[in-house]
Design a protein around this ligand. Structure first.
Ligand SMILES: Cc1cc2nc3c(=O)[nH]c(=O)nc-3n(C[C@H](O)[C@H](O)[C@H](O)COP(=O)(O)OP(=O)(O)OC[C@H]3O[C@@H](n4cnc5c(N)ncnc54)[C@H](O)[C@@H]3O)c2cc1C
Length: 398
């Protein structure tokens, strides 16, 4: 269903653009099942930046007025918002990671194995669990219903539900996934939960599902407070930080090098070598779905094919440890490895492990951040409502 290549993402974008205005505003909440056409299905591409948020928004606004496309553009900015919010509160991710590791190391709660293998006894949940495993995708409304039933009807820990999604969604993303689960559970917007109801599900699945026996109340979950938010750190000054032998290392958070480096203009370093690294397994201590593995490896291979260096080659470095990157840097005699910024999540953890190992070999790890993120993230310090007010300004600045 989803081909892991930039060209496939651009084709999907161009096919969807005519529907990103009034059609999307009217129909987006309905889920007609896997053959759906009322939403873009672009998330696996955007999540890996095979296609960037900026490209999506540009293409849509070329065809529609900002008013007509307001809803769609806002949804794209939800992704940016979640990323900026988590960037300022990395401990939310770290605690979730620790809790998942602990829970997966213990006996799973009764009901969890049944729910993820499509045997919860709730027909809709079982169909959605199978759809997720078989396709790597779920409609947004289904994700909300699934998470709500998981937490409030089945009484299962939200962290294990989020982990099940993260291991199976092609678009699985530390910020959008973790924070959306927290939002459903009443942890994100304190005290505000999302309760799935039979009527809402029946209406928006066009009668395909109408599960009964769902929880009728949703008491928000509670947790220990987190440290206060820290401001987004300034982007690195790439021109000042790089040496004279620079290798570009792409990773699965950002696989589009042309628009990554273009804003640097004349300050863009000339590249001695290029490589792409990817490791889908770092999403979770549990087993990541074969579909996710295949999509991630395919996306990395596609990026490598598009990112050739002066010698006409780009290395593909699969696997999680620093070893392959360090070997590549030594072989290419690099003094700098330039990487796209990885927002809070598994790839950032990987880069944090890599940095000191490269330093032992006198190789600096330097990050380049897209202006899209630099402009938007600082505004994600509070709720989405104040962030949304900034969207017109962010659009003008793009
Ligand atoms: C419990 C839960 C878990 C989720 N986990 C993820 C995840 O791991 N990765 C992920 O990309 N999205 C996640 N989402 C958000 C949303 O469901 C998906 O982005 C969307 O369904 C993707 O389908 P689409 O590309 O057809 O979306 P469209 O409706 O066509 O939207 C266009 C794009 O906007 C962005 N977007 C749309 N809605 C949201 C949203 N609510 N939050 C953030 N970005 C959004 C996506 O990049 C999407 O591709 C989650 C939502 C919930 C409720």
């Amino acid at each position: 269903m989803f081909i892991p290549a930039r060209d496939a993402g651009l084709d999907a974008l161009h096919e969807f653009v005519p529907h990103a205005g009034a059609d999307y505003r009217r129909d987006r909440n309905h889920d007609q099942g896997p053959s759906r056409t009322n939403v873009s299905g672009l998330s696996p591409y955007i999540r890996h930046r095979l296609v960037t948020e900026q490209e999506v928004v540009d293409a849509v606004l070329e065809r529609h007025s900002p008013q007509a496309a307001e809803k769609f553009v806002q949804e794209v900015f939800w992704r940016t918002y979640w990323k900026g919010w988590l960037e300022q509160r990395p401990e939310v991710w770290r605690r979730y990671r620790r809790e998942v590791r602990m829970m997966l190391g213990d006996d799973l709660p009764a009901g969890c194995t049944d729910a993820v293998s499509g045997r919860s006894g709730i027909e809709a949940m079982d169909a959605w669990a199978r759809e997720l495993v078989e396709t790597g995708y779920l409609h947004n409304h289904v994700r909300m219903w699934f998470a709500s039933i998981w937490v409030f009807t089945l009484g299962l820990p939200w962290q294990l539900g989020a982990d099940f999604f993260h291991r199976n969604l092609l678009d699985g993303d530390a910020a959008s996934n973790t924070l959306s689960w927290r939002w459903v559970a009443g942890l994100q917007t304190r005290g505000k939960t999302y309760l799935a109801t039979t009527e809402n599900i029946a209406r928006y699945t066009d009668g395909r599902f109408a599960p009964t026996g769902l929880a009728t109340t949703a008491r928000p979950l509670d947790e220990e407070p987190f440290p206060p938010a820290a401001p987004v750190t300034p982007a690195e000054d790439v021109a000042a930080a790089v040496g004279s032998h620079v290798g570009l290392l792409l990773h699965e958070e950002d696989l589009e090098p042309v628009s990554l480096l273009a804003p640097l203009g004349r300050a863009a370093p000339s590249l001695t070598a290029t490589a792409v690294s990817a490791d889908a397994e770092s999403r979770s201590p549990g087993a990541v779905s074969p579909l996710v593995e295949k999509f991630t490896a395919g996306a990395a291979a596609d990026a490598a094919a598009r990112t050739v260096d002066a010698d006409g080659r780009a290395a593909t470095l699969l696997g999680g440890g620093p070893g392959p990157v360090v070997d590549w840097a030594i072989e290419e005699r690099l003094d700098t490895v330039l990487v796209p910024v990885a927002p809070v999540g598994p790839v950032q953890e990987r880069l944090d492990t890599l940095r000191p190992v490269l330093a032992e070999h006198d190789v600096a790890l330097v990050t380049v951040r897209r202006p899209w993120d630099s402009r938007a993230w600082p505004h994600a310090s509070r709720g989405f409502f104040p962030f949304r007010k900034q969207i017109p300004r962010l659009l003008r600045a793009r």
